[in-house]
Design a protein around this ligand. Structure first.
Ligand code: AMP
Ligand code: GLY
Length: 422
C-alpha cells in the first residue's frame, strides 16, 4: 500500500517510524513531515491544515490509505473529503470529531447517555456565564468550547478566577471563535490517566494507558504545555479498572455516537480523572496523543498499519495487538522560552549517538533542516526522546542517558519525567 501520514510533529514521526516497518507499506509519504520523518518517508511540502492540498497530493501520489495525525484537519473534515474522493482514510469524520472539537457536544453526549463526567453548564452569552460563576459555591473549570491548542481550559480555585477566565474567553476573545461558547464544569480531584483505543464505528480495540506531565517545570509546577513527557503504561490502571473504564465510558460513547448518527472511527483517547467516585471523563481527543503516541509505538510489538486499516474498514473485532509488557518513557526537549516566546534556530548536536541505543528513538517534534545536513531546533517542543525498558525505572534512565548526549543552545527538559512524584 502507498501511505500518506498527515502532520509534522513527534506524533507523526512515531506513526511514520511504525508504519515504515510494516510489510504492508510499499511507499510512505508525510505532509509536511520534518527532518526526522524524512528518514522514514518522502516529505511533501503541504501543511496539515491544507485540506485541498492534501486531497490533491493523495490523488497525485496514488495514495491508498491516509493516516491523519492532528485534530484540526479532522475537525475540518479532511477524512470526509478524502473518502468522498475515493481515498481510504484513518480518523473520524468531521461529525464524529466533534467529540474533541466541541466540549459542549461531548458533555451533552455524556449527560444524555449516562457517561460519568463532571457536572456542567454551557453558555453562549457572557453575561449569563458571569452571573453563574458569581453565584458558584465550589471551584469551577472554565473551558472554551472549540479547539484552542490545549490552552482553552482554566482550572480555578475562586469565583474571581472563574470570572476572569470567562471574560478572557468570551469578551477578550483570547481563543478567537473557539471561546465564543464556554463550558463551565464542577472541578474534580484525583490523579489523571489517559487511555487509548481504536474504534471502527462498532467495535473497540484497547491500545494502552499512559500518563503525561503537562506542566513546564519539575514537580508539576509552572505553566501548562502541550506535554513535557510521559510514560506508558500507567501504574494506576490495572485490568479491573481498564474493564471498568471500557464498560462505563468507552463502549457507551461508541454506542452513543452511533445513536447520534455520528459513528466513530479512529483513535478514542480519553483523558480521565480517578476520583473517589470512580473514573470520570475529563475530555476526549479524537487522535493519538503527542507525546503519548511516541510511547505507544515503542511498546507495540504488532504491526500497527493493519489495525489502522481495520478500524477504517469496520473489521476491528477480528484484531488483537501484542504489547511489550515493559514500559516506555518520553522526555521532551524544548527550546528556551517554551511555552512562551521561543528563540528558534539552534543547531542540534548528538542526535546520531543518542539513537545508537536500539531501545531509544529520538522522535523529532519541532525541527527543520539546516546547512550541511544539520538539524535545527525550530519548534517549542523540539525532540521527544523515547526509550523502552523492562520497567519504568529502566526506560526512564535510558531516556535521560540519551537526553544527556543531545545538546542545543537553549535546549532544556524536565528532569523528573516518570519520577517518584508520579
Ligand atoms: P481538558 O483539555 O478538558 O482535558 O483539560 C485540560 C486539563 O484541565 C486536564 O488535563 C485536567 O488537568 C484539567 N481539568 C479539566 N477538566 C477538569 C475538571 N472538571 N476538574 C479538574 N480538572 C480538570
Ligand atoms: N499530550 C496531550 C495531547 O496530545 O493532547
Amino acid at each position: 500500500m502507498r501511505i500518506l501520514v498527515v502532520g509534522g510533529g513527534g506524533r507523526e514521526h512515531a506513526l511514520c517510524w511504525s508504519i515504515a516497518g510494516s510489510p504492508l507499506c510499499d511507499a510512505l509519504f508525510c505532509a509536511p513531515g520534518n527532518p526526522g520523518i524524512a528518514q522514514e518517508a518522502t516529505c511533501l511540502d503541504i501543511g496539515a491544515g491544507d485540506v485541498d492540498g492534501i486531497v490533491a497530493a493523495a490523488r497525485e501520489y496514488r495514495i491508498d490509505f491516509v493516516v491523519v495525525g492532528p485534530e484540526q484537519p479532522l475537525v475540518a473534515g479532511l477524512v470526509d473529503r478524502l473518502e468522498d474522493a475515493g481515498i481510504r482514510a484513518f480518523g473520524p469524520t468531521a461529525a464524529a470529531a466533534a467529540l474533541e472539537g466541541s466540549k459542549g457536544f461531548m458533555k451533552d453526549l455524556c449527560a444524555k447517555h449516562g457517561i460519568p463526567t463532571a457536572g456542567y453548564r454551557r453558555f453562549a452569552d457572557p453575561h449569563d456565564a458571569l452571573a453563574y460563576v458569581a453565584g458558584a459555591r465550589s471551584p469551577l473549570v472554565v473551558k472554551a468550547d472549540g479547539l484552542a491548542a490545549g490552552k482553552g481550559v482554566v482550572v480555578t480555585h475562586t469565583p474571581e478566577q472563574a470570572e476572569a477566565a470567562v471574560r478572557a474567553a468570551m469578551l477578550d476573545k483570547s481563543f478567537g471563535h473557539a471561546g465564543a461558547e464556554v463550558v463551565i464544569e464542577e472541578r474534580l480531584f484525583g490523579p489523571e490517566v489517559s487511555v487509548f483505543a481504536l474504534a471502527d464505528g462498532a467495535h473497540l480495540l484497547p491500545l494502552a494507558t499512559a500518563q503525561d506531565h503537562k506542566r513546564a517545570w519539575d514537580g508539576d509546577r509552572g505553566p501548562n504545555t502541550g506535554g513535557m513527557g510521559g510514560f506508558s503504561p500507567s501504574p494506576l490502571v490495572d485490568d479491573t479498572l481498564w474493564r471498568d473504564i471500557s464498560t462505563r465510558i468507552l463502549e457507551p460513547t461508541l454506542e452513543a455516537m452511533t445513536v447520534e448518527g455520528r459513528p466513530f472511527k479512529g483513535v478514542l483517547y480519553a483523558g480521565l480523572m480517578l476520583t473517589d467516585a470512580g473514573p470520570m471523563l475529563l475530555e476526549y481527543n479524537v487522535r493519538f496523543g503527542d507525546p503519548e503516541c511516541q510511547m505507544l509505538v515503542r511498546r507495540l510489538r504488532s504491526d500497527l498499519l493493519p489495525a489502522l486499516v481495520a478500524a477504517r474498514d469496520g473489521v476491528l473485532d477480528s484484531f488483537d495487538l501484542r504489547w511489550d509488557p515493559g514500559a516506555a518513557v518520553t522526555v521532551v526537549m524544548a527550546n528556551r522560552g517554551y511555552p512562551g516566546e521561543i528563540h528558534p534556530g539552534a543547531r542540534i548536536e548528538g542526535l546520531d549517538a543518542a539513537a545508537a541505543d536500539p531501545q531509544v528513538t529520538v522522535f523529532h517534534s519541532g525541527t527543520s533542516a539546516g546547512p550541511e545536513g544539520s538539524v535545527l531546533a525550530t519548534g517549542g517542543r523540539v525532540l521527544s526522546v523515547t526509550a523502552a525498558g523492562v520497567d519504568l525505572a529502566e526506560a526512564r534512565s535510558r531516556a535521560y542517558a540519551a537526553v544527556d548526549g543531545i545538546s542545543f543552545d537553549g535546549g532544556w527538559c524536565r528532569r523528573d519525567i516518570a519520577g517518584s512524584s508520579t
